[in-house]
Ligand binder design. Structure first.
Ligand code: FES
Ligand SMILES: [Zn+2]
Length: 121
């Protein structure tokens, strides 16, 4: 295949317990990725869609974090229960799920309300 229609990266970074930034692995990232893969397959949309495990996407305080390319749409605080809506609306319907999108000020800033003043990595 020459390319993917959608390429989805799910952060599964794991940090030690108690790390101030937390991590997506501890918030259920693996379950989110597995749910995505199975929902995409169930809907016959697997062709042209790739779901990959990613390392830290530097959106830790917004985890579980994932990004959908080529749209470059970022989702945050994703739970397994949100996956069916992402697949139906965005991957199949081409309409991003607005309620789950990370706000520009969250993506571009190190000091949004979720991050507080902590810049530790
Ligand atoms: S741990 Fe998931 S974005 Fe950093
Ligand atoms: Zn934020």
């Amino acid at each position: 295949m020459a390319g993917y229609r959608y390429h989805i990266f799910v952060c599964e970074n794991q940090r030690e317990a108690g790390h101030p930034r937390g991590c997506c692995a501890a918030r259920g990232a693996e379950m989110v990725r597995e749910a995505l893969k199975s929902e995409i397959k169930k809907n016959g949309a697997a062709s042209g869609v790739r779901v990959n495990k990613a390392g830290c996407l530097d959106q830790c305080e917004h985890g579980v974090t994932l990004v959908v390319y080529p749209d470059a749409v970022w989702y945050g605080f994703v739970q397994p229960a949100d996956v069916a809506e992402i697949v139906q609306s965005h991957i199949i319907g081409g309409r991003p799920v607005e309620r789950l999108r990370l706000k520009p000020e969250c993506i571009a800033s190190q000091t949004c309300s979720h991050r507080g003043n902590n810049n530790a990595s």
